[in-house]
Design a protein around this ligand. Sequence first.
Ligand code: MG
Length: 312
Amino acid sequence: MKTVIKTFPILILLSISSFITICAEFDIRDDAAFRKLISPDAKLEKLAGGMRFTEGPVWVNADGGFLIFSDIPANQLKKWSKSGSLTTFREPSNNANGNTVDRQGRLVTVEHSGRRVTLTENDGVVKTIVDSYNGKKFNSPNDVVVKSDGTIWFTDPPYGIKIEESELKTNFVFCYNPKNKELKVVASDFDRPNGLCFSPEEKLLYIADSGKPRHIRVFEVTPDNALKNGRVFCKIDKGGPDGIRCDSNGNIWSSAGDGVHIFAPDGKLIGKILCPETPSNLCFGGDDGKTLFITARTSLYAIKTLVTGAVK
Ligand code: MG
């Protein structure tokens, strides 16, 4: 049974800031499960706008906490602070897309035109972690996640290059081990591998396919960091999946054509947070880790939730 709750589609301008609060529209499929994740009075806030195509949000705990995200065509990494200020963190960004942090809190970024994975040291120096496989350049690394053992997992679809520029001719999912510099392919049968995230215990890895399948697959992660027993976890019924995140209860939050779709660990759709612009990616953050930040086309949005991400 589908319940659509529509509250007032009125924009309320807050007088003391430039934030815009939008009464959130939800499409709830499992009321009890949804209400454990989103409070009935939760509001979707527009934190910033006027950008070109936002992607790759990550919460960084340093300096009191801030959000880094990409504006890919603007060739910028942006920084949003709790005061509401939006600044440019890096330009040029080599058309950076996905961002995450490693277990030391350092920024790990994948770049479209740089065709590489980078690490930003605490002193601000940007280093290439890895940029090729068997001597062939990556396509345009799209999204990235770091496992607790330090391995870096990323997807490499060709969205940031002309298809004829692909040297690999395949859209791999990779796992890189900085300790022994081993780069291995963990999946090679995706059309367009995109967002990826681990379950709370890292026993499962979810990978979105934003190409023709428009679904999310889930794999068991073996102790030696291979994937096995892959299966389709869920289909996205509006648009396709891009960035995805797992919460501390094992639910999967996926960007989709009409908003953020939330799936239970068994793959059932719990509900949707409907957004005025199409989301590309999302992350948990904020002081208590329970704010969901959403990059959506020209803007950055946020909504309070009742859970934290799988990785705090
Ligand atoms: Mg992506």
